[in-house]
Write a protein that binds this ligand. Structure first.
Ligand SMILES: *[C@@H]1O[C@H](CO)[C@@H](O)[C@H](O)[C@H]1NC(C)=O
Ligand SMILES: *[C@@H]1O[C@H](CO)[C@@H](O)[C@H](O)[C@H]1NC(C)=O
Ligand SMILES: *[C@@H]1O[C@H](CO)[C@@H](O)[C@H](O)[C@H]1NC(C)=O
Ligand SMILES: *[C@@H]1O[C@H](CO)[C@@H](O)[C@H](O)[C@H]1NC(C)=O
Ligand SMILES: *[C@@H]1O[C@H](CO)[C@@H](O)[C@H](O)[C@H]1NC(C)=O
Ligand SMILES: *[C@@H]1O[C@H](CO)[C@@H](O)[C@H](O)[C@H]1NC(C)=O
Length: 629
């Protein structure tokens, strides 16, 4: 049976109760927006398997800001005019709310177009970060694939020019970075420029063996492709070198001297807008700061209690230093580490899930060693049909540096009941395409289309907390590992607001983190530079978790014996990624319905074929981009 037929049947019943069942206008507008997003981010479209923009590149020109505004303002106007909220069913109302929020944020974010968005390259983002990525996501099977790829190479120097153009504007407006955000960039560029020549540059790689092996392309065409690619890569290398020169000789003369954005004109209001974007809540910097202070105190006193139980007299740092020096807290090999995680999922976590969750699709999960030596662990989703498992990649490159006491918290966060469970649950609902596009540039905030980190990462951190309730931290040492992770996220609330709102120095922020966490000064300094570069981003994790806990407490209080943890979790997970204020609305609605014991008639028309998202690749990219620790 086709989706519309099913819906028409349900619709008859529904009409009597609530008016129309499925708003085709809403669906059409969401679809139009989703398609426009991919057209605006053609490289990203390639990564999720949408190939029709493969010969285009993203527009970095300042003039593009106006187009973006006009498009989203136009859609918002049509949404208001063409869709009657009162006639939508429950699922559509959530869709409407999220869509309305997404468009409104872009339109309002445009007020800040002359701020951070003018600085498109920093030590974490830009064309110097990973030139191997672009050829990796591109298909190279046909003549057309090569044509498109080379066209993109030819367009890339123009993108770099537009980046420099934005930097020029940033100088003009007085909204440049602090030095720490760009200090490493010339070195990163220099490394590319000295490591490669034209034919060894990563962009040229697909023109070597890979092209030779393709028998469907003639030799003369191959030669032509190689010549064009060589000339394009030469120009790219020259542009990268220009960018380096520009930064060192022009931009560096205009760096801001304050660490935080409070040193920009209207900086406090800009920071509020960034917080709102990242947290998707109406919350002030003062509130974020105070929540951070409270959480740090609370977790700190928990740690002291556990340390006392373990007869440790010294500081938190000394506690973790002792652990690190003790060989019994390590496994010997990468293989043993992977086995430990596999066994913990199967024997410890999975048997306990059904008491907390219902109707899960049970998508498979696997553990593998991380091929590259980067973060301690990351999660990559599998396809929604379960034909390949979701994969938790764990860093086993230095077994003698990963203490076991951190394993459980990391595992809970990335897999079950963390990101794997969250993404599995989201894969069972048919949401509009654009809500799966969790991509964008953090320098661009708050002009960027939102990607709801506070919901995604808030859940990850909540999963670490659930581990306590589920009695998954077997020893007090495991619990210390968990608190070590948690306090780190709590400290971020204090130092992010400290730097950008209370005019803290970098040194003070580093000292604060050193006082409460066990990480090395070197690592903390890199963290702090990240916060200075992306105002508000690091607050998303803890604020998201606090919101989920707050909503749970509220539901428990209001529902008393009627509170069912499995229903609560289903409510939090059912709509997929969304802003926290809409999550709050949904939970409130659920509390009301549960209280009234109202017949649950909503969500019956959830399935909208036109919007069904089938590309699993998109999910795996989301995972890679978002699940940065
Ligand atoms: C859409 O969002 C705006 C801004 O948040 C809000 O004022 C408006 O009420 C929303 N529209 C509907 C129908 O909820
Ligand atoms: C940036 O400004 C410099 C002068 O400061 C100018 O020479 C250059 O052409 C500008 N570059 C772009 C891409 O706008
Ligand atoms: C680039 O470097 C490779 C390897 O070092 C070398 O074989 C090649 O001749 C160089 N090409 C040019 C154009 O210098
Ligand atoms: C870890 O192992 C490496 C290589 O086996 C060794 O060089 C290093 O000293 C060890 N580090 C510690 C802290 O044991
Ligand atoms: C931070 O510095 C800015 C600009 O120098 C100033 O306007 C603001 O009042 C200061 N904020 C605080 C909380 O001291
Ligand atoms: C770090 O701890 C020391 C000693 O308790 C204290 O004096 C200092 O103010 C703390 N630093 C910050 C930034 O809180």
């Amino acid at each position: 049976m086709k989706w519309w037929w099913k819906c028409a049947l349900v619709g008859l019943v529904f009409l009597i109760r609530q008016g129309s069942c499925l708003s085709s206008e809403l669906a059409a507008l969401q679809k139009e927006y989703g398609e426009w997003r991919l057209q605006r981010s053609p490289e990203y479209a390639t990564t999720i398997g949408v190939y029709k923009h493969n010969d285009q590149v993203e527009n970095y020109a300042y003039s593009g800001f106006v187009e973006e505004y006009n498009k989203c303002f136009g859609l918002l106007t049509r949404l208001k005019e063409q869709v009657n909220y009162n006639q939508l069913d429950a699922k559509e109302r959530i869709d409407y709310d999220i869509f309305n929020n997404t468009l409104t944020m872009i339109v309002e974010g445009n007020n800040w177009k002359d701020y951070s968005a003018l600085n498109p390259v920093n030590f974490l983002e830009g064309p110097q970060i990973d030139p191997t990525y672009f050829p990796k996501i591109t298909p190279f099977d046909t003549v057309g694939d090569y044509e498109n790829y080379i066209r993109r190479l030819e367009l890339h120097p123009g993108q770099i020019d537009d980046m420099i153009g934005r930097f020029n504007k940033s100088i003009e407006k007085g909204h440049t970075y602090h030095r720490v955000s760009v200090n490493k960039v010339p070195g990163q560029l220099e490394k590319l420029l000295t490591s490669y020549n034209t034919t060894t540059f990563p962009y040229y790689k697909p023109l070597l063996d890979q092209l030779s092996k393709l028998q469907t392309i003639t030799d003369s065409k191959k030669t032509e492709f190689r010549e064009r690619a060589k000339s394009a890569v030469e120009k790219i290398i020259r542009k990268l070198s220009d960018l380096k020169w520009y930064l060192e000789n022009v931009y560096y003369n205009h760096l801001r001297t304050g660490f935080g954005v409070s040193s920009w004109d209207n900086g406090a209001a800009f920071y509020r807008a960034c917080l709102q974007w990242h947290l998707s809540l109406d919350i002030t910097p003062e509130e974020v700061h105070n929540k951070g202070l409270q959480e740090v105190e609370r977790i700190s006193s928990e740690m002291k209690k556990v340390m006392a139980k373990l007869n440790h007299q010294g500081s938190v740092k000394e506690f973790f230093d002792n652990i690190r020096r003790n060989p019994s807290f390590y496994l010997q090999t990468g293989e043993e580490i992977v086995q430990w995680y596999k066994s913990a999922i199967k024997n410890e976590i999975e048997p306990k899930l059904s008491a907390y969750f219902k109707d899960l699709p049970n998508l498979p999960i696997d553990v593998e060693p991380n091929p590259i030596d980067g973060v301690s662990g990351q999660y990559i989703a599998g396809p929604p049909d379960g034909s390949r498992p979701g994969v938790f990649q764990v860093n086993v490159h230095r077994p003698n540096q990963s203490v076991k006491i951190n394993f459980m918290a990391l595992l809970l966060h990335e897999t079950l009941p963390g990101h794997h469970l969250q993404i599995s649950a989201a894969s069972t609902v048919k949401n509009p395409n654009f809500r799966k596009y969790m991509t964008g540039y953090l320098f661009n905030v708050p002009m960027e289309a939102a990607f709801y980190t506070s919901y995604v990462e808030g859940w990850g951190l909540y999963a670490e907390y659930l581990g306590e309730e589920m009695k998954l931290y077997k020893t007090d040492y495991d619990l210390m590992g968990r608190y070590g992770f948690e306090i780190f996220r709590a400290c971020r609330l204090v130092v992010d607001t400290g730097l950008h709102y209370y005019n803290w120095t970098r040194e003070k922020a580093i000292e604060y983190m050193l006082n409460y966490t066990a990480f090395s000064e070197e690592m903390i300094a890199i963290e702090i530079d990240r916060y200075i570069t992306w105002p508000g981003q690091a607050c998303a994790y803890k604020i998201g978790e606090l919101k989920i806990k707050e909503l749970r407490k509220k539901a428990e209080d209001k529902l008393g014996t009627k509170f069912d943890i499995r229903e609560f979790h289903a409510t939090v997970l059912k709509a997929g990624y969304l802003p926290l204020h809409i999550l709050e609305k949904n939970v409130n609605q659920w509390i009301l319905e549960t209280k009234n014991k109202a017949a649950e008639t909503a969500t019956k028309c959830a399935s909208n074929g036109a919007n069904t998202y089938t590309s699993w690749i998109g999910l795996s990219v989301i995972a890679l981009i978002l699940f940065m620790q």
